[in-house]
Design a protein around this ligand. Structure first.
Ligand SMILES: [Fe+2]
Length: 356
């Protein structure tokens, strides 16, 4: 068993302002990596800029990260970062800008290399990354993962390097401007992280500290997601971060592996796509190890797998996935060793086809 959480975390209201000095001391000049709109709307970009200026930190902004960031975007940001001689990266936004920030940190750290190094298994230098998350979902502020979209292969994949942010400034107030849809989809992503981490080949007594705690937190707010108050935002924010710590130790499993195709081919948001497979995963897992699934249900405060499935259906609504996509997806999954190895039992293609 082992535990590794190398990120310095401050999770509290106004933490960007309070700990701006620590952020600005990460380097001499920052590349702020963000999306086009939301970090302006929720105030996080202004908070980061003000904190840097108050502490005489230099910066340049790259604000073109799209949802499900591509390698092309990473390479464009790298060009700006090298030109501007930045020596650290601040990712501001949801999972996409922070995931992109990690890949950009690697590419700037290796200016002579092309994008193929994203997928190779050698140690490489990379710039320090600071994360300012504005959604409660991916937990990327505390994980080593960076998921990029590979258009050539029509899918998404994590880069092979493990890049933990050195600092995470987690302020739940940024969640308040989110639409209900984004809040629910991202919260479902975090729920999937917790379930897939607890029901995982690599789950052990030590790392289950995270998934158990996160599942209990989700249980506290599960009926308030459509009508959140201040306390719900705070719990959501911590729950998603703890879920990130859980998957940092175990990785995710079959629902995540199957979700990527739904996002790429049908445009279903990541968390929702994972959520569609989550009930089926619990059912399948429960047929092999019922006590483990019962523990998950107990932590969530739910009575049965059927109740869990019903809850998700209510939360996410009805989604039609064409049969040929389900089949093709299951077929592709049978060669996804990274995800299959996190499911401790043998699995058949037909089981995956019907997992929804
Ligand atoms: Fe996820």
């Amino acid at each position: 068993m082992n535990i590794y959480v190398p990120t310095l975390i401050y999770s509290e209201k106004d933490c960007v302002k309070k700990y701006g000095r620590i952020m600005s001391k990460t380097g001499r000049k920052a590349l702020i990596v963000t999306g086009r709109n939301s970090s302006r709307a929720n105030g996080s970009l202004d908070d980061v800029i003000n904190a840097l200026e108050e502490n005489e930190g230099q910066y340049v902004i790259f604000d073109k990260v799209e949802e499900n960031p591509s390698i092309e975007t990473v390479m464009e940001a790298r060009k700006l970062g090298i030109q501007e001689k930045v020596d650290y990266i601040i990712g501001v936004g949801g999972g996409s800008p922070i995931d992109a920030a990690k890949a950009i940190a690697l590419m700037i750290g290796n200016p002579q290399c092309d994008e193929s190094i994203l997928w190779e298994n050698t140690m490489r230098r990379y710039l320090p990354v600071v994360a300012v998350p504005t959604t409660a979902g991916t937990g990327t502020e505390v994980t080593p993962y960076s998921i990029l979209t590979i258009h050539e292969k029509r899918t998404k994949k994590s880069i092979s390097h493990r890049i933990y942010p050195v600092l995470a400034l987690v302020d739940y107030k940024y969640l308040k401007t989110q639409s209900q849809e984004v809040l629910i989809n991202t919260a479902t992503d975090a729920l999937a992280h917790l379930v897939e981490s607890y029901l995982n080949t690599k789950a052990d007594d030590l790392n289950k500290m995270y998934s158990e705690k996160g599942l209990k937190l989700f249980g506290e707010i599960k009926d308030k997601l459509k009508n959140p108050d201040e306390a719900v935002y705070m719990t959501l924010s911590n729950m998603a971060m703890i879920a990130g710590m859980a998957i940092a130790h175990t990785g995710t499993s079959l629902p995540h592996g199957l979700s990527y195709m739904l996002t790429y081919e049908l445009g279903i948001p990541h968390g929702k796509a994972c959520g569609l497979y989550l009930g089926g995963y619990m059912k399948m897992y429960g047929e092999k190890d019922k006590p483990a699934v019962d523990k998950v249900l107990e932590a969530l405060g739910m009575e049965s797998v059927e109740a869990f499935k019903g809850y998700l259906k209510e939360l996410l609504g009805d989604v039609e996935v064409p049969e040929e996509i389900m089949k093709e997806n299951a077929f592709g999954m049978m060669s996804n060793e990274d995800k299959l190895k996190n499911y401790p039992f043998e699995v058949k293609r037909e089981e995956l086809e019907g997992m929804m």
